[in-house]
Design a protein around this ligand. Structure first.
Ligand code: FAD
Length: 602
């Protein structure tokens, strides 16, 4: 299965895919279904096959800072967030971020996806999104007798799908989760049998039979790893795309890819296409290193501008979250992830897991709520009016394309799009005050999904192994901050409402932000320093018309090139109210069809 470097270096394949993450492996698997095509895929990280640190669930953050799993990047200091740099872990292993993520399988609102189409991308609306998502997923469920039965989807019963990615529900749900759910109901938030508006139990990329994570490696790659027309090389970091000129079309032609393997430079040739699937933070870096991007970024570094494309690395959008944590009432039998900090209890849980008993490793982050800002604060209209006035006044200062995005975002706010999210987290997960040994906690995380601030990701050196400067411009639009302050106030109310009061019981047991933080100024300051990335960065190679700062067209081809496509999360031009994993599988499945169809036309 593992190719030698001699099978790749200097050889020619029809397609060379850069990045063996979520999208890259999905696409490689689908393209290699056609035995007449040859595909080489280069992944910077190691294979990490059969690795318990990847396969065992509920190990949130266990890969962070570990070179064999993730890139260890951080943002630049954030001017509007107390000058802090924020840690931005992303997968650097076969499977990419699908190997280290938090497994939650959420779906965006139909309208958010239709908005992508509205921005000038025919064929990318909800209908095709759903078609390709269904092609990826296979819901399974265990009955009371422990046997596998056709599963329930988030939208109700349906026969099992045929997609390779097994999705299921966590097998263990602690009592306090049910109480959190009931409390939100008592606060007026409805059940959501048809997500995403309301509260619902989230499915996971989890196989209930093997009790392991399912991800692009297990679902898409391993079952087809024997194919002779597919070569996947790990520990191969691409430094640039090799470019030439296509006399016929006048466009730039990619003839191959330069990469570093075991300290040496190599080239692999592409006879049809080079496909970038290195993720939202690395795909723009590779384009820039190859001379495709903004003049003002490339020229100071001495990189000849092959295609002047101002949208490369721009329009960066992110989700952020923070959380309120409380100490759990003493004596409650509920298990929380906090017990895993005790080595003895950790060993017990691993033992239970290994003997296929219910354990914390068969649980998950379960209770998700998506609601509009109006649910959380009576100030929603004021915040909207203030924002709308500011945006109207500044319209002529925004870069091309942003005006259309803001029009849609304002419309979403006005119509009450469910863009603010609550997540019931089974343990301690907040800042800055730390947990105490031997205690259990509950956290209500909350996230903002349609942020107005726009950032960028650009190289600052020609070193392919250096990180780009990653700058989300957090809170540059102060609506993003003020709205989170309002949601914090709502979340704090939860402890006073039944039956959540049975879990916590005492408001003074709020650990973060802590009872001393009360005024709007104090809360804003806490939000600024306590937020984290939800690891959902997108937009850096947006699919938009070229004059709207687009980088790829609706066939995912990079403008000005004959045969470079981008297939990963970076192409989504406007953020969605959902976690992004499902969207990436849908993009990759869709891309496979686009590419296969293009071959029948040539
Ligand atoms: C910690 C974490 C938790 C998350 N939790 C969730 C969740 O619970 N639910 C959810 O829906 N989403 C979650 N996400 C987001 C989701 O996993 C990602 O949006 C998605 O996996 C991104 O897919 P991608 O193909 O765009 O990029 P990736 O899957 O990151 O793939 C990019 C690949 O390219 C490789 N690469 C990069 N540069 C090079 C190079 N120069 N040469 C060769 N290879 C290269 C990388 O090593 C990586 O393998 C989470 C993400 C993270 C990081």
């Amino acid at each position: 299965m593992k190719p030698s470097i001699d099978e790749i270096s200097g050889k020619t394949f029809d397609f060379v895919i850069i990045g063996g993450g979520t999208a890259g492996l999905t696409l490689a698997s689908r393209l290699s279904e056609d035995p007449s095509l040859t595909i080489a895929l280069l992944e910077a990280g190691p294979a990490n096959l059969d690795d318990p640190l990847i396969l065992r669930t509920s190990q949130y953050g266990a890969h962070f800072g570990k070179e064999g799993y993730e890139w260890g990047q951080s943002t630049t200091p954030q001017v509007h967030a107390n000058g802090k740099s924020f840690y931005w872990p992303r997968g650097r292993t076969l499977g990419g971020s699908s190997a280290i993520n938090f497994l939650c399988w959420t779906k965006p609102p139909l309208q958010d996806i239709d908005d992508i189409e509205r921005l000038g991308n025919p064929g990318w609306g909800w209908e095709s999104y759903e078609k390709y998502l269904k092609r990826a997923e296979r819901f399974v469920h265990l009955g009371d007798d422990g046997q596998l039965v056709p599963g329930l989807t988030a939208n109700g019963p349906r026969p099992p799908e045929q997609g390779p990615l097994v999705i299921s529900y966590p097998q263990t749900l602690e009592n306090f989760e049910k109480k959190a759910y009931q409390t939100l109901k008592n606060l007026g938030i409805p059940d959501a049998p048809a997500p995403p508006a309301g509260t619902y139990a989230c499915a996971h990329t989890f196989d209930p039979i093997s009790q392991t994570r399912t991800y692009s490696t297990t679902a898409y790659y391993l079952p087809v790893a024997h194919r002779k027309n597919l070569r996947v090389l790990v520990s191969a970091t691409v430094s640039k795309i090799v470019l030439n000129h296509d006399a016929e079309s006048g466009n730039v032609l990619a003839t191959g890819v330069e990469f570093i393997h075991e300290g040496k430079k190599h080239i692999v040739h592409a006879s049809k296409e080079v496909i970038l699937s290195a993720g939202s933070l690395k795909s723009p870096q590779i384009l820039e290193l190859s001379g495709i991007g903004r003049k003002d970024v490339l020229e100071p570094l001495g990189i000849p501008v092959v295609v002047d494309l101002p949208g490369v690395g721009e329009n960066l959008q992110e989700h952020v979250f923070t959380g309120v944590s409380w100490e759990m009432r003493e004596g409650l039998p509920d298990l929380t992830l906090d017990i895993l900090r005790d080595p003895e209890q950790l060993a017990q849980q691993i033992k239970a897991y290994e003997s296929k008993q219910p354990s914390l490793f068969t649980s998950g982050i379960s209770g998700f709520t998506f609601q509009p800002l109006t649910t959380y604060t009576p100030r929603a209209q004021d915040l909207y009016d203030e924002l709308s006035t500011k945006i109207t006044e500044n319209m002529d200062k925004y870069p091309p394309g942003l005006r259309e995005q803001y029009d849609i975002q304002l419309e979403r706010l006005e119509k009450g799009a469910p863009a603010f999210e609550l997540i019931s987290f089974p343990g301690f997960f907040s800042y800055p005050n730390p947990p105490e040994a031997g205690k259990k906690y509950v956290t209500m995380l909350f996230a903002s999904n349609h942020m107005f601030s726009r950032g960028n990701a650009h190289i600052t050196s020609t070193d392919p192994l250096a990180s780009a400067a990653l700058d989300p411009h957090y809170f540059e639009q102060d609506f993003d901050l003020k709205s989170l302050v309002e949601v914090t106030k709502f979340v704090r109310k939860i402890v006073g409402v039944k039956p959540y009061d049975e879990i916590v019981g005492d408001v003074a047991k709020e650990i973060n932000p802590g009872p001393g933080i009360q005024s709007d100024e104090q809360l804003a300051d806490w939000v600024k320093s306590s937020i984290g990335s939800t690891y959902h960065t997108l937009g850096t190679l947006s699919m938009l018309p070229k004059d709207k700062n687009g980088v790829v067209d609706p066939t995912l081809k990079v403008y000005g090139t004959k045969n470079i496509r981008v297939v990963d999360l970076s192409i989504i031009p406007l953020h969605i109210a959902a976690h992004t994993l499902g969207t990436v599988y849908s993009i990759a499945e869709h891309a496979a069809d686009i590419i296969k169809e293009s071959l029948t036309r040539t």
